[in-house]
Design a protein around this ligand. Structure first.
Ligand SMILES: *Cc1c(COP(=O)(O)O)cnc(C)c1O
Length: 336
């Protein structure tokens, strides 16, 4: 079975060995305040800076999910209100979670702008040019959900103050861990707000990670596997080129269209098309039958999501997927 599901998604095959190593070598039994464990956290953070080209003055912490990051932004970084210009299901969910924690009193005093860089539900993205426009127009903090693009495409990190992603998408790992990147300005804001009521208050997280520790017993297995995957992957500039080439190939394939008239790209505007999640639209019946036929052929297509649940399927364009697997899917679609 090969999978193009956009999360949880295909994990790097090497992860099986990394998991076995973590257990055989007793890494999962290390006390999380021990030197051995702190070394793994330190090396993981060093590798994140190196492989993803994250600015040296941006801080990195590891938490358990992107959903947790939504709440951290609301509780620890939002003084008045957050703004959520969204275009899909994940952006909407983020706004709902944020407003439960920080009900907006006056949106004209919004002090955090929350952007979903890659909207996994419908295959759109906010590219770096658009993000730089937001940066020029909005003077306060910008927080970016990059769950389905971080480690898949390159970012200009300086265009936002907070970036986060869980690892079950472009990192090619099992779910249960998230990377939270925050700028010196974000830390300063957290200090001004001074919110320290939660186990995952950003100030408490920061204090722990400055010692390469975590507030609570962390997912040590996942942190170790992340370290090993980061050792294995190419620098983000290389991965970025590969992802964008594959995305261009996918869009050319569907524009031709090599797959009959029953299906079309959900997103017509080329500028907003995602590089990492491709959404294909069709009638409910057509979508249902192509997903079933793919399954028969040993290929899992991603279901639609949210408003597009029954009228689209999605194809993950994540780095762990091989050229051979992409070839197999293209062949299946051509002959469908
Ligand atoms: C998958 C996804 C999430 C949710 O991630 P969790 O790890 O389940 O919290 C959030 N935002 C986007 C854009 C996603 O694709």
């Amino acid at each position: 079975m090969i999978t193009f599901y956009p999360g949880p998604s295909k994990v790097y095959p090497q992860v099986a060995d990394y998991a076995a190593d973590a257990i055989r070598q007793g890494i999962v039994s290390l006390n999380h305040r021990s030197a051995g464990f702190m070394d793994i956290v330190q090396e993981t953070i060093r590798l994140l800076h190196e492989k993803l080209d994250i600015p040296a003055d941006y801080h990195i912490a590891l938490v358990s999910s992107a959903t947790e990051c939504w709440e951290i932004v609301a509780q620890s970084l939002t003084a008045e209100a957050s703004l959520h210009p969204y275009s899909g299901a994940f952006g909407k969910k983020w706004a709902e979670y944020a407003y439960r924690i920080k009900p907006p009193t006056s949106l004209s005093e919004a002090d955090v702008l929350c952007i979903v860089q890659n909207e996994t539900s419908n295959g759109t993205q906010v590219n770096m040019e658009t993000l730089s426009q937001f940066r020029r127009d909005f003077s306060s903090l910008i927080a970016v959900d990059a769950v389905s693009s971080m480690a898949g495409i390159a970012f200009d990190w300086t265009l936002a103050d907070v970036w986060f992603a869980s690892v079950q998408k472009c990192f090619g790992l099992p779910a249960g861990l998230a990377v939270l990147v925050y700028s010196p300005a974000a830390l300063k804001r957290a200090e001004e707000i001074g919110e320290n009521n939660h186990y995952n208050s950003l100030l408490f997280i920061h204090e722990n990670f400055s010692k390469f520790q975590t507030p609570y017993t962390p997912n040590g297995l996942s942190i170790y596997m992340l370290m090993r995957v980061l050792q294995q992957v190419s620098a983000i500039a290389v991965v970025n080129t590969m992802t964008k080439k594959r995305a261009a190939d996918w869009y050319a394939f569907f524009e031709k269209p090599e797959l009959g008239p029953d299906f079309r790209l959900l997103i017509e505007d080329r500028v907003t098309r995602s590089d990492t999640v491709i959404a294909i639209e069709g009638s409910e019946a057509a979508i249902k039958s192509i997903k079933a036929a793919a399954q028969q052929a040993g290929i899992t297509l991603g279901n639609g999501y949210g408003d597009w649940k029954n009228t689209t399927f999605r194809i993950a364009n994540f780095p762990a997927i091989s050229d051979e697997e992409i070839g197999t899917l293209m062949e299946f679609l051509r002959s469908y």
